[in-house]
Design a protein around this ligand. Sequence first.
Ligand code: ZN
Length: 233
Amino acid sequence: MRIAILSDIHSNLEALNIALKDIEAKKPDVVVCLGDIIGYGANPNECIDLVRAHCDIVLLGNHDAALFDPSLVVFFNPLARTALQWTLRTLTPENVAFLRSLRLTTELHNILFVHASPTRPAAWEYIVDQTDAQRHFPSFHQQLCFVGHSHIPGIYSVEGKEAMLLQGKRYIINVGSIGQPRDRDPRLSYGLFDVEEWNYGLVRLEYSVSTAAQKILDAGLPSALAYRLFEGR
Ligand code: ZN
């Protein structure tokens, strides 16, 4: 069984289209979206439609949740807040209802999937390095936990940051972001995991950053949201 895991699409249709085309060619058995379909980019409805059509499991992200939970908006920086308000005006009622229906976690083949962290999924804590990852291992019983949220890919065991998986060990794996990578690499990222082979790979692909950025400017969204895509930050 092969599982494709994507996260943090953030209304970036250009990046999502490239990722889905690649996933279609690789034919995984299950496609999981870890949330944050919307926020920042210019095509929220189109991205939700594609996720609904192509992903078998879709989880809730903090940007999705903030659409209908105003208490979360106070944690957003001004750029994210502006994008959220724009998204709320742009989304169809049907797509708002879809986001509202999403759950925080799911489990499959002894693997936990969650947007932010396994300890308190609705607290939206960031896992960006080994120190962050370490304290979450006691809070889940599955062998693997896939997360997104920080937009920074990484494989973590209790011992440290890892380059690959060893049989029998437990890991927290961050698959990075489709629509707004923040590890200084502007290419989109998503994860591919083979359950039987116990093999994980991070896929990095180029997409038309300039098209996605131009759409953000044309929509009247903050220009910083366009420029950061070129730098992957
Ligand atoms: Zn995000």
